[in-house]
Design a protein around this ligand. Structure first.
Ligand code: SF4
Ligand code: SF4
Length: 449
């Protein structure tokens, strides 16, 4: 079965396509307060959810089109637990191999109650009995108080720490999903990172991100997570023309906490690239270096990586009408029910780099070179010459992903394999040495030229 799947992937690459992905917003109902999201409970709009029949039709169509990955998102999917479990089973039975869902963590409240462990065992057993592959838990900060006040769920960090071993015992290894936000770079008495107005503060700004990110990955590993992922800011930013993009996935916000100007994003992605590299041996971190490398360059000098596959191989289905869109941001491009979407034509004829939605941008970068190898090998050679750094990152990503069992959330991390990705210690400083030693070093350098 696995072999057949690999042949199918090769066939897809040969057709200039990549394995498909569908993000299904089951509901826009939510019970959290997140300032970084337009679906928080403070927003007043009519809430929707997709009925089981509609969901089954979407999944059946996705399986018929050989979509490989389906994510059930919200709102908060666990508010519809019965429907969610039914759809996880349905998607697995339909033959979709990569099935994901997650939670804002509300279920981890009240860890102090005597029935907490039983409740967690029931929840973990129920999810583990489905073909669910990855289960994410959103975390916004390494500071429990900050995270809990952003989400509006007191005490959930204690609950998560207590629940993780229970989930692991049931064979489910949840991932910590970090939504990048300014509070990450400020913790406790350190205030959230303000907007960057002057170039002279750029180094401090980048250093604050790096500290915040390192602290977060350490915190997630200490809590008991074995997988982490990073959600790039879900904000259309100040540099985006609102006539060009309108979010249909209302997990976006104009709040300062997730709004960044292009010059801030450049520093943010650079810090993230370094932090991911430095923490890869600690836990399985999905965020690919090749994608971060390209995003940094995009905001540094307008470089382009591989165009996003949104509207070609990847689609978003909204909770209001159950219609497909090229992604969560192109709300003006309603493609109708997923079953009738003409996949190639939905791309609107132009390469899209208009946002940094990691769900679509990351896999587009990761699969880009393979697709190009099959379809336009000379373009690949030119790209390799132009930016060898991208390919170094790309190759390291795939080696790392292999060591991570491709982020299989049903298997524990292999710490021996991860250790191979521990950052190299900088070489010890060599003193100037005697004249003879210095001459010898010069001779070695000259010989190596
Ligand atoms: S980010 Fe998630 S949990 Fe928070 S309000 Fe939005 S949908 Fe709800
Ligand atoms: S880059 Fe991808 S996710 Fe972003 S707007 Fe374009 S198609 Fe959508």
């Amino acid at each position: 079965m696995k072999q057949l799947r690999y042949w199918h992937y090769l066939f897809q690459f040969h057709r200039n396509r990549v394995p498909g992905q569908l993000v299904i917003q089951m509901t826009d109902r939510c019970n959290a307060l997140c300032p970084q999201c337009g679906m928080n409970t403070r927003q007043s709009f009519k809430r929707h959810h997709l009925g089981l029949d509609r969901l089954k039709t979407i999944i059946t169509n996705a399986a018929a089109r050989r979509v490989e990955a389906v994510s059930f998102t919200g709102g908060e999917p666990l508010l519809l637990m019965d429907d969610l479990v039914a759809m996880l089973d349905y998607a697995g039975a339909a033959g979709i191999p990569y099935i994901r869902t997650g939670t804002n963590g509300f279920v981890f409240r009240h860890a102090e109650r005597h029935d907490f462990d039983d409740r967690m065992h029931r929840l973990a057993a129920r999810l583990a009995a489905t073909p669910l592959r990855n289960f994410w838990i959103s975390i916004d900060s390494a500071d429990p108080a900050t995270h809990e006040s952003m989400r509006g769920f007191k005490g959930v960090i204690d609950g998560i720490a207590r629940a993780l071993p229970i989930f692991h015992a049931h064979g489910l290894y949840p991932s910590a999903n970090l939504g990048l936000n300014r509070n990450l770079a400020g913790v406790g008495s350190i205030p959230a990172l303000p907007r960057l107005h002057s170039r002279s503060q750029a180094a401090d700004y980048a250093a604050a991100w790096r500290r915040g990110l390192d602290r977060f990955f350490r915190f997630a590993a200490d809590l008991g997570f074995t997988i982490a992922n990073v959600c790039y800011p879900m904000s259309l930013g100040e540099d985006v023309d609102p006539d060009d993009l309108q979010a249909v996935y209302s997990a976006t916000s104009v709040d300062t906490v997730v709004s960044f100007a292009a010059h801030e994003k450049k520093l943010l992605f650079a810090a993230l690239e370094k932090a991911v590299r430095a923490n890869r041996s600690r836990l399985r971190i999905f965020a690919p270096l090749c994608s971060l490398h390209v995003l940094r360059q995009q905001f540094e000098y307008g470089a382009r990586g591989y165009a996003c596959r949104g509207g070609i191989d990847f689609f978003f289905v909204d909770a209001v009408k159950g219609h497909a869109f090229p992604c969560g941001y192109r709300g003006g491009d309603d493609l109708g029910p997923f079953g009738v979407v003409d996949q190639g034509a939905a791309a609107d004829g132009r390469d899209c780099y208009r946002c940094e939605w990691e769900c679509f941008r990351d896999p587009s970068e990761l699969t880009g070179p393979v697709r190009e190898l099959f379809h336009r090998p000379m373009d690949l050679v030119r790209r390799l010459r132009r930016d060898p750094g991208f390919f170094r990152c790309w190759w390291e990503d795939w080696r790392y992903y292999r060591a991570c069992n491709f982020f299989d959330g049903r298997r524990p991390a292999d710490s021996d394999k991860l250790r191979a990705f521990a950052p190299q210690r900088p070489p010890e400083k060599v003193g100037r040495g005697t004249v003879t030693q210095r001459l010898r070093r010069v001779r070695t350098v000259l010989r190596n030229i």
